[in-house]
Design a binder for this molecule. Structure first.
Ligand SMILES: [Cu+2]
Length: 150
């Protein structure tokens, strides 16, 4: 189930041709209920022949969702918010621990293993792609990655 390939639903494309995105190995990190912020990881592929510029992400599970990357500044890992991220035509972008990730801020309820989280990806041109990711507890995350890469 964790390896399944999900092709996102295209809900709306106000400009340009219909373009969907494909998501692989997506999950939201399940943390103890005291945590109100968590992260989502996945590989997103743009199968079309034009760039998909990601500008906003929404989720009913969080007050806000930000696109973050980790950067090494003088030996210290820091998170930086990206206001937009291009998914080039025909290419994949990997969101993974230690690199790019979505930050879900202000969780509306604690997320437990087995829960599902809906995310809406909005492009610069107003296209919206919705995807549902499973919640995987942080204690099972390593195992998930191990399996996912085999
Ligand atoms: Cu972050």
């Amino acid at each position: 189930m964790l390896k399944k390939i999900a092709t996102a639903l295209l809900l709306l494309a106000s400009v340009g041709p219909l373009v969907a995105l494909e998501f692989n190995e997506g999950f939201v990190r399940g943390l103890p209920p005291t945590q109100t912020t968590t992260a989502a990881f996945f590989t997103v592929t743009n199968p079309s022949d034009e760039v998909w510029s990601l500008t906003r992400v929404h989720s009913p599970a969080a007050g806000s969702v930000e696109i973050h990357e980790h950067i090494n500044r003088g030996g210290t890992m820091q998170m930086r918010q990206l206001m937009a991220l291009d998914i080039p035509a025909g290419e994949s972008v990997v969101f993974a621990p230690g690199g790019l990730h979505l930050m879900l801020i202000g969780l509306t309820k604690p997320l437990r293993e087995g829960d599902e989280v809906s995310l809406q990806f909005e492009s610069e041109k107003g296209a919206v792609v919705e995807i549902v990711f499973p919640v995987i507890s942080v204690v099972n995350e390593h195992r998930h990655h191990h399996h996912a890469h085999h």
